[in-house]
Each structure stands twice: as C-alpha cells, then as structure tokens.
Design a protein around this ligand. Structure first.
Ligand code: AMP
Ligand code: GLY
Length: 645
C-alpha cells in the first residue's frame, strides 16, 4: 500500500515510523511533515497552506491507497469528506462524525441518547446562563467544569472548585481568544477517579482495540501548573482490571457507534475515549477523533502489531489477517518542551540536536520529534513540545531507565528544556508493589482450622480459605514426621488442583498439618470422651512434641510451581493432671477438634507447664518461620493492605 500521512507533529512522526515498518507498506508520504518525519517519508510537492483540493489531486496522482489524517483540525474542517468525494480512502472521520470532538455539546448529546456513563451537563448559550449554571452546580457539588463547545487545543476547559475559578474561567471563555469556540459552553459536573485514555480503530464494521494510555496533562511535577497538550504518558495501564477494554467497548464504544448509526453517521478512523475511571467503572470525559499526542508515540512502540492492516481494514481494504504477535511492552514517554510552553512565549534558546542524538541506537529508546525545524546537522528546537522520548522494556522501571538515557543526551545539549521526571509514577509504584512480585496473587489457606485462619490473619494478609478434602491416615509404620509432611503436601496439592480454573492467573497456597507425638505414639484428634481421656492421661506429667508441617506453593499463570515446605517441632511439658481435671476439661468440649486433645491457647492452657520452641506452632501454624518464608521466598509483604493497589 501507498500511504499519505497528514500532519506535522510528533504523533505524525510516530505514525510514519510505524507505517514505514509494515511489510505491507510500498511507500509512505507525509504532508506537511516535519524535519524528522520527512526523513522517513517522501514529501508532497505542496506548500504548507495547500487546500484540501490540491492535496487530493496530488494524492491521486501519487496513487495513494489510504490517507491517514493525524490532527483534529483538518478532520473537523471536512478533509475526509473532500478526499473521499475525490475517490480516496481516508483513515479519519468525516466532518459530521468529527463533531464528537469539535462540538462538546454534540458529544454530550450523543452520550445522553446512547446512555453512556458521563457527567450530567447543561449547555449555556451566553455568559449569564453560563454563570448561573456554573454557580448552581458549584454550590451544590463543590466543583464544576466549564468547556468551550468548539476546538480550543485543550485550552478551553476550566475545572473550577471555587467562585473565583468560575469567574476566571468565564472571563477566559468569553474573552478574545476563545470567543469563537464558546458560542456554546458545556457546564458539567466534576468527575472523580483516575484518568485514562482508550484508543480503538473503527470502520467498515470493525472495532479494533489498540489499548489504554495515561497522559499527564499538567505542566509541572505532582500534577501542578497549567494544562498542556500532555507532558508524557505511559502504556499499558497496569492498575486497570483485566476486562477494562471489554467494559469500555460494551458501555461506551458500541452504544456510541449504534447511536451515531441511527442518525445516519458512520465513523472511520481512530476513536479516542478520555475516561475517568472510578470504583463505579468508566465515565467519559471527552471523545477525540484521532490518536493522542503524545499517546500515539508510546502506543506505536508498545504495540508490536502491524497497524497498517488494521487501519486499512477500517477503510475497507483487506490485507493479511492480523494476529497479536506479542503482549504490549511497558513504555514511558517523556515530553521535552521549550521554555515558554504552554504560555506561547518564545523559548530562551533554540538548540540544535544532532541526528546522532535523535536517531540514537540505544536499545529500547526512541525519540519522536514534534515542534522542530530542519537544520543542517539535525533538528532545531522550536517553541512548544519538541520531543517525546519513549523508553520501552519488560517493566516500567527498565522503560524509564531507557527513556532517561535518551533524555540525558538531549539535556546535555539543551539544559533549558522543560520535562516532568514524575511521568508514570503510579505505574512504577504499582509495578513495584504489586506486579514485580508474586504478592499480587491471591493467597489461599488450605485448612479448615479456625485457629490457623486467625494466626495467618495476624500477618496482615488478605486470603481466602478452602477446606481440603484429603484423608489423614498414616501408612503402617510411617514415621510421624513423614506423616505430617505428607498430610500438608497432599492438602496443598488438592487445593492447587481444585483452584486451577477459578484462579487462572495463579495463587499462593498455604497448607499445614499438625500432630502430637508422645513416646513415639501419634496422637490425632479425639473422636469421643474416652479417646480424649486416654490422650490426656498419656500426656499428663510428661513432655510431648508438636509438629506442624507447612507447605507454601505459588502457582503461576503458566502452571509453574514454586514450593517450600518445612516442619517445625515444639516440645510441650504438661503438668500432672488429676482425673477430675481431665473430666472437667473434656466436658467443656474443647478437646474434640484438637490434635492431642487440648488447646494450649484456650482453656487447656492451665495444663501447659513449659514450652520449648514456637508457641504458634502448637496452635497450628509456626508464624515466625511462615513469616520469614513468605517474605523471603515469595516476596509477600506483611501488614500491607493489598487492596490499596
Ligand atoms: P478535555 O479537554 O475535555 O479533555 O478536558 C481537559 C482536562 O480537564 C481533562 O483531561 C480532565 O483532567 C479535566 N476534566 C474535563 N472534564 C472533567 C470533568 N467532568 N470532571 C473532572 N475533570 C474534568
Ligand atoms: N494528549 C492529549 C491529546 O492528544 O488530546
């Protein structure tokens, strides 16, 4: 295929980079392009202000099979309509569908008719209406969001938490620079949660998920300072549930496309859903009708799938069948911007970054160029967002380290640049606390003993309990320690087998068995008062040993197992017991579900004269040894509320 990419930013550099790598690509052209995208693609012989008509004529003469439109501006001005009329295939929606981005009130109305989760809103037709709605919602909710209806390059949204914010927002909305976009203003409730963006390619009956990314909109670290077009982002989004994509498709994308279709609107191109994700699920902040910038730059690196056939399918061109070749790589992207951004001020300096830096061959580091001008040795930095440095790896930690090497090489030449070192902090924290260790796996206690449940709870772990259905019968002549270890193993194996389907992503299974041995004789649980009395008589005035064998097994997604097992012994000395003491104790009912017929932690504590070794071992779970093994062998932190992540 021969492809023409329209646009001149970092997103279009990334698109040209991605498309030119496709085996299906027989030529890639770019217009207007920038110094970096023009190195990978052929320029069109057209001025930067050429009309859509002229672009169509040149594209037809070059036998372009598909035109990919990067930015929203030309789409909302109708470029897709005109090129399509001339017989070209366009990845990007027509003007009517592009209203999803170019008119916030249109987007809100579509969401309303399609019952898509979003904030409640009103549309103000003038300044007075806007003030009235905004103050009413502010006083009721403590917050309100004002949005210019039309395109405003991210500068038309005001998130207000005070009257002063509202007044300032209204002044800006009805001021000179935003007046055209503010003929209508959407006044909406504030949403709370975590922001995330979702991307899919839509058209000709296909909806193909590309993925999620998180953008950092504010200029300064800690999400402070003014809104920007985006200062960096990461993908994929590890804190989302595994079915998040399905939820977005079911609750948002399909209802939207159906509601549009009912109005005779078809959609072709990338649909970008800005989402606020809370414990109630996703709610739409906004729709965009294109890829994000800088989200495109991290997505092209993360997703090793060939995008060209996916894009072609949306315009009705069927190439080879796509199979996902690899899971997405962790990618962190950092924007390097000029000083003066986003205030529209001239940068302190214009630097020249040589091609050796831009094209650097560091493994897992890719640099995309946005606001740059050509220069003999490399690219000259313009005002605005100049580079997106993407680092990729198996983990966000390694991805970040690779991005930082790229950033360092730019900053050496251009120390005046602005960037946010805290991009992807949440992903890193999440990864460190959860993903990098097996501690994210659910813990299963394979035991019916309420005492073990309480003891394990003392380690501050969340776990579920499953009762193993194994028999506990010693083989003839079986050594007691071999027997207790076999019981713990068989319980653990039984649990691992039984949870295979319910826990496809793996689990940590803890199983244990406790026995009491006195004078080489194995004492289990007494079944009746006579057995209880026999056991207590045997223990009276003597030392016995309590053995608990503990088995910890982590089963991974692939079924691989790591197993640790240990048996802990504690010597307990029982005082001489009178017959009436024994009868009285048996009458309390406590001996019956206890190995050896007594509970050292319960009413039976009166008989325990001395203990050598772990006390919790006598109760049923040697906690000191268990705590050590969970932390050292299985990376499971104690007393951390695992639900926080
Ligand atoms: P937009 O241009 O619609 O993406 O808005 C810019 C930014 O304003 C978003 O990325 C959000 O951080 C914030 N925002 C927009 N609408 C809302 C809302 N209803 N509640 C909370 N924050 C919002
Ligand atoms: N990075 C946000 C956008 O492209 O709209």
């Amino acid at each position: 295929m021969r492809i023409l990419v329209i646009g001149s930013g970092g997103r279009e550099h990334a698109l040209v980079w991605k498309i030119s790598r496709s085996p299906e690509c027989r030529g890639v052209f770019v217009w207007p392009g920038n110094a970096a995208s023009l190195r990978l693609a052929t320029p069109l012989d057209l001025p930067a202000d050429a009309s859509f008509e002229k672009i169509a004529d040149v594209a037809l003469s070059l036998k372009i099979d598909m035109v990919v439109v990067g930015p929203e501006g030309p789409l909302s001005a109708g470029i897709a309509d005109l090129l399509t009329k001339k017989g070209l295939k366009v990845f990007g929606p027509n003007q009517a569908a592009a209203k999803l981005e170019s008119s916030k009130s249109f987007a809100k109305k579509m969401m309303q008719v399609a019952s898509i989760p979003t904030s409640l809103f009103e549309v103000a037709k003038n300044r007075d209406e806007c003030l009235e709605s905004a103050m009413r919602i502010l006083l009721r909710d403590g917050g309100v969001v004002l949005k210019a209806d039309g395109l405003a390059s991210g500068k038309g949204v005001f998130v207000c938490q005070s009257e002063a914010d509202v007044l300032k927002g209204i002044d800006r909305l009805y001021g000179e620079s935003l007046r055209a976009a503010s003929s209508e203003v959407v006044v909406e409730e504030m949403l709370f949660g975590r922001e995330v963006s979702y991307f899919c390619f839509v058209g000709s009956g296909h909806v193909t998920r590309i993925g999620f990314a998180v953008d950092h909109k504010r200029l300064l670290p800690g999400d402070k300072g003014p809104n920007t077009g985006g200062m960096g982002c990461y993908t994929p989004v590890p804190w989302l549930a595994g079915d998040a994509g399905d939820q977005v498709d079911t609750l948002i994308v399909h209802p939207l496309l159906e509601a549009m279709a009912r109005r005779g609107l078809t959609y072709t191109g990338c649909l970008y859903v800005g989402i606020m994700w809370s414990d109630k699920g996703p709610a739409v902040i906004e729709f965009n009708v294109r890829l994000g910038d800088p989200e495109a730059q991290v997505l092209v690196v993360s997703d090793s799938t060939d995008w060209l056939p996916l894009m072609a399918a949306t315009v009705g061109i069927s190439l080879k069948k796509i199979t996902q070749v690899a899971p997405p790589k962790a990618v962190m992207g950092f924007v390097i911007a000029s000083s003066g951004y986003p205030y529209g001020e001239a940068p302190d300096v214009d630097a020249v970054i040589p091609w050796s830096v831009v094209d650097q061959k560091l493994e897992g580091t890719d640099i995309f160029c946005g606001s740059v001008a050509p220069s003999f040795e490399g690219v000259k930095t313009n005002s605005g967002r100049v580079f997106l440095v993407a680092g990729s790896g198996f983990t966000f930690k390694s991805a970040r380290a690779r991005a930082i090497s790229g950033i360092d090489s730019i900053l050496k030449i251009w120390p005046q640049a602005q960037w946010r070192p805290d991009i992807g902090k949440t992903a890193l924290q999440y990864e460190e606390a959860v993903l990098s260790s097996v501690s994210r796996m659910p813990i299963v206690l394979g035991s019916s003993s309420p005492r073990r449940r309480e003891l394990l709870g003392n380690l501050g772990l969340n776990f579920i309990v499953i009762k193993p259905e194994t028999e506990e019968v010693p083989f003839p002549g079986e050594n007691p320690t071999a027997y207790v270890a076999r019981n713990a193993r068989e319980k653990g194996e039984w649990i691992c087998k039984s949870i295979k389907n319910s826990h496809p992503h793996g689990a940590i299974v803890i199983s244990a068995d406790t026995i009491v041995v006195v004078e080489q004789k194995l004492l289990e649980k007494p079944l009746n008062p006579t057995e209880a009395k026999d056991m207590l008589s045997l223990l009276s005035g003597k030392s016995h040993t309590v053995y608990t064998s503990v088995r910890i097994a982590s089963i991974s997604e692939t079924g691989a197992q790591k197993v640790k097992q240990f048996t802990t012994a504690t010597i307990v000395h029982i005082k001489p017991l009178s017959s009436s003491e024994m009868d009285g104790y048996i009458n309390t009912g406590e001996p019956f579900d206890k190995a050896g017929g007594y509970a050292a932690q319960g009413l039976g504590s009166f008989m325990v004269q001395e203990i050598q070794g772990s006390f919790s071992n006598v109760v049923g779970l040697p906690l000191a040894e268990l705590a050590d093994s969970l932390q050292k062998d299985f990376d499971i932190p104690l007393w951390r509320d695992r639900k926080d992540f």
